[in-house]
Design a protein around this ligand. Sequence first.
Ligand SMILES: [Zn+2]
Length: 161
Amino acid sequence: MSEKKEEPFSINWLTDLPYRYSMGPIALKFFKELKESGKLLGIKCEKCGKVFFPPRAICADCMVEMTENDMFEMSDEGSLDGFTVVNYPFVDPNTGETRPFPYGYGAIKLKGADTWMLHFVDETNPEKVKPGMRVKAVIKPKGERKGTLEDIPYFRAVEKK
Ligand SMILES: [Zn+2]
């Protein structure tokens, strides 16, 4: 007796869901400054002194609301404190295309920051990565910057072993 496999019932269609996200004054200043000067701005909580990068509006520890006046220029260098190599196809939400792989992805803490940023790293060999190694943000030239996170395509290792 042969088993008849039934095809699952499905309907395929594309849905257009346009939306606008209000980024608020902190993110607005961050992306504007990145686009115009290529500078990376962090933010410092006046109450506890914690430095957030990327900047955010509310201190996660003391719930104090911060303003654009609490923002300042950070170093473009930091430490790579967590790292992985992505080895499988993954759709890039910014382009809708499959991102070429393998690629490095890591938790980066800029000099003077107390928080990490997750971002791409130009290293794909885990043998060459060590915890805390120095990395530097690669920032697109002025004419190519659009005021998005893609203005920082990746971080590159400053020291390689
Ligand atoms: Zn605080």
